[in-house]
Every structure is written in structure tokens, then in C-alpha cells.
Design a protein around this ligand. Structure first.
Ligand SMILES: [Zn+2]
Length: 433
């Protein structure tokens, strides 16, 4: 079905009409008309390229009680995403061509976003020997991002070999930077507050030490490194230094690390338990500044659904992780757009253009993402009402899980519509199916 979007502000610019036809943007201009096209009134709405998430946990196969590819895809579409990278820590682990192709096929069946499987770096995420990286790259899923996320590739020799290996197919190793010897039993950020609450601390140095090591390795072997969920001011400093040297390193920050601080732990509500942990206000400010100046390339959700029995327990027993897909854009509006740190073009860059480039989804083909909203490009886009504000109600989320750290919080910005290759996946703020 063709759509004629009337009066959208593309990247926040002057109102224009967009005609979506046969999966592509056929025309952008004033007073367009098209017989038979479904008209979408976009008065006051901002049009952005469909968002691309580099870091989503869809839990299928293995924990379909927490999320499935379909429910996670629906949550993503409602958040304005048209592509998500599905992390490899499923059961079985996505460490073979067979498993990544299974996830890729489930994504195609759901048809709400492009589900791009991430391949494990090591067999079973055990950090002992490399998985079949080449076979996953050559599979139908065309894996380009490899990560043991949830675990750090802690062995430096293994990390070096992974970086060398992925160069052959222009892949990237996405590292969960956590020196495990420094975080044994860790429950929250290490500092005065963890001492006062009597919870074992997760020191910033455990993240920063691995990032420093890995940027040196990436420089040495000339490979692409991506750093997952950067959480400390010191990490931003190291990345800034590495980029100034020309190291091929990129990094992401999560919405929750842009908004929330360790003080959330004072409630002992396990919904705020996450890995890496929420940090200090100074870290939050450094992360916002790093994203604004481009030291941090992308916002990635680390959407981590958990079943009730895994999350609603005592803090120490609760699994780390929180939902993110449906509120990611709203958190970016709150923390960066409204304070004037990022304009709409900047949001498009950090949430669509750069993540698509990191995942190598930015080519010219019909499956590409993060492309400009100009004639001839695939019609992957969203319409946002920046003036709308709403209180987050976990019961209303499309995710199968309910562990939202934003429950009861009022956030700005409502995704009104999302289009994947010209087909509406969300209209009037509701999933089409
Ligand atoms: Zn992680």
C-alpha cells in the first residue's frame, strides 16, 4: 500500500509531503498528491529515518516467556525502530550459522523490523575458543557484528584473534567491557553509595581497563572495535583519545545510562539493577557530552526483558537488565534534544545513520537502513510528535516483560507512525499487527 505523508518536518526542517511507493520514497515536496495512496496527516510531526538498534536482547530461542522475536519486534516498531541487532546470548547461543539463520528467519516471519542477528565471538560465550565467525558471516543472516555480550572477551589473546578474524569480512567485534576479576559479586556502581548501602561495587576501572586494552589491540591489528554500553566518564576520555589517534573504534550508550544514576539503587528496587550499573551524575553528564560531540557514536538500547520470577526478587538475586526499545527515543529527547545538546539531524545520526554504518546496513540496497529521507531511498522512517508527553505504564508495553525503569515517569515524544520499506508497522501510535 502506498502512503502520502502530509506536512512532516523532515529532520525538524520545514513541512513537506513524502510519497512512499513500492517500498521507497518516491517524492518529497510541497502539495504532493497521489490517487489511491493512504494519506497520513503529519502536521507538527518530525520525520526521522527508521531507528537502528545495535543492542537488543530478543530472548528467542530459549526464553520465550520473557520475549520473542515477534514481541520484541513489535516493541521496536513502536519505538520507531526499523532494524534491531539481536544479541547472541540466547539458548542455544547464536554461535553457529544454524542459530543465526533461525533468528533471522523468525525476524522475517514477524516482519515488523529487520532483525539482524549478532554472532557470538566464542563458542557458548565461554571465552575459550572462537565460534564459527566466517560461517555466520557467510550465512543467509550475513552477520557482521560479533559479541559475547553479557560476558567480556576477557582473554587478550582471544580478543586479538577475534579482531584479526573479522577483518576478512569487514566485521566488527562488539565488546562488553568488564574485567571479570574486578567485578566478582558486583551489585552496583562502586563508590560512597555502594559502601553506605552495603552492596558489592562494580568499579569504573573494570570497564575502562578493558576499553583501553581493546583500543590498543584494535590499533595494533587494524581492525574495527565497537564498545557496548559505555557507562563512565573515564571511558569517554579513553575513546576520545583513541579516536584522536585514528583507531577504528565506535561506541554506544544506553538510554538508561543517559538518564538514570546510581541513586536509583537506594530504593533497592531490582528494576534498576543493570550491567554495567547505573553510575554517578558526573558520569551521566560526560556520557551526554560524549554523545553530543560524537565521541560516542550511537544510542543502543540494551533492551533486556526478564520474566517476573527473574526480576522481582531481592536485589542480590535479581537478574541485571531493563527494557529500552519503546522509550529510547523519548529518553534521548528528554536528555539531549530538550536541553539543546542535539538537534533532530543529530538524533538521526546517533540513532539511525551511525548504528546502520557500524552494522554495515547502510548500503544502497532495499534492505538498507540509516539512509537519507530523499527520493529513491528505502522508505524506512518514523513520525514523532515531539510535543506529546506521557507517563510510562509498563502494563501498556508491547514487550512480553514488564521491567521498565521508566514506570510512572513522564517522558516527552510519541512515535506516531513507523514505516518499514513503505509499509506501516505503527499508525496512530499503535502497532498495525
Ligand atoms: Zn552487555
Amino acid at each position: 500500500m502506498n502512503h502520502l505523508i502530509k506536512g512532516a518536518r523532515v529532520l525538524g526542517g520545514d513541512p513537506a509531503d513524502l510519497l512512499l511507493k513500492d517500498g521507497r520514497i518516491a517524492a518529497v515536496g510541497e502539495r504532493l498528491s497521489a490517487t489511491g495512496a493512504t494519506v497520513v496527516d503529519a502536521d507538527g510531526l518530525v520525520a526521522l529515518p527508521g531507528l537502528v538498534d545495535l543492542h537488543t536482547h530478543l530472548r528467542e530461542p530459549g526464553r520465550e516467556d520473557a520475549e520473542t522475536v515477534e514481541t520484541g519486534s513489535r516493541a521496536a516498531a513502536l519505538g520507531g525502530f526499523t532494524a534491531v541487532h539481536a544479541m547472541a546470548n540466547t539458548d542455544p547461543v547464536a554461535d553457529t550459522a544454524g542459530v543465526v539463520e533461525q533468528v533471522w528467519r523468525l525476524g522475517r516471519q514477524a516482519g515488523l523490523v529487520d532483525v539482524v542477528p549478532v554472532g557470538a565471538v566464542t563458542v557458548g560465550l565461554r571465552g575459550e575458543r572462537l565460534a564459527e565467525l566466517g560461517a555466520m558471516a557467510d550465512s543467509a543472516a550475513r552477520v557482521r557484528v560479533f559479541s559475547d555480550d553479557g560476558h567480556c572477551v576477557a582473554d587478550p589473546a582471544l580478543m586479538r584473534r577475534a579482531l584479526e578474524y573479522v577483518k576478512a569480512f569487514d566485521g566488527v567485534v562488539a565488546q562488553h567491557a568488564e574485567e571479570p576479576r574486578l567485578t566478582a559479586g558486583a551489585q552496583m556502581n562502586e563508590g560512597d553509595l555502594s559502601a553506605r548501602l552495603g552492596l558489592t561495587g562494580w568499579p569504573a576501572a573494570a570497564e575502562e581497563a578493558v576499553i583501553a586494552r581493546d583500543v590498543l589491540l584494535a590499533e595494533h591489528v587494524g581492525a574495527r572495535l565497537h564498545v557496548c554500553h559505555v557507562s563512565t566518564a573515564g571511558s569517554v576520555e579513553i575513546l576520545r583519545w583513541a579516536k584522536s589517534r585514528g583507531v577504528q573504534v565506535t561506541a554506544e550508550v544506553t538510554p538508561h545510562h543517559l538518564l538514570l544514576t546510581e541513586s536509583c539503587a537506594e530504593s533497592y528496587d531490582p528494576v534498576f539493577k543493570v550491567n554495567p550499573p547505573l553510575r554517578t551524575d558526573a558520569d551521566v553528564q560526560a556520557l551526554r557530552a560524549g554523545l553530543a560531540d560524537g565521541t560516542i557514536d550511537a544510542v543502543a538500547t540494551d533492551h533486556a526483558p526478564h520474566a517476573v520470577e527473574d526480576k522481582e526478587s531481592e536485589w542480590a538475586q535479581a537478574r541485571p537488565g531493563m527494557l529500552g526499545l519503546e522509550q529510547a527515543l523519548s529518553v534521548v529527547v528528554e536528555t539531549l534534544v530538550e536541553p539543546g545538546l542535539l538537534d533532530w539531524a543529530g538524533v538521526a545520526d546517533r540513532m539511525a545513520v551511525r548504528p546502520a554504518a557500524i552494522g554495515r546496513l547502510d548500503g544502497r540496497g532495499p534492505q538498507s537502513h540509516g539512509r537519507p529521507l530523499t527520493p529513491g531511498e528505502p522508505a524506512n522512517l518514523l513520525l514523532l510528535d515531539p510535543a506529546a508527553r506521557a507517563v510510562v505504564d509498563p502494563a501498556a508495553l508491547a514487550s512480553r516483560s514488564r521491567n521498565s525503569p521508566y514506570a510512572g515517569r513522564e517522558l516527552p515524544g510519541r512515535v506516531v507512525a513507523t514505516f518499514l520499506r513503505g509499509e506501516a508497522t505503527v499508525l496512530d501510535g499503535k502497532a498495525v499487527r
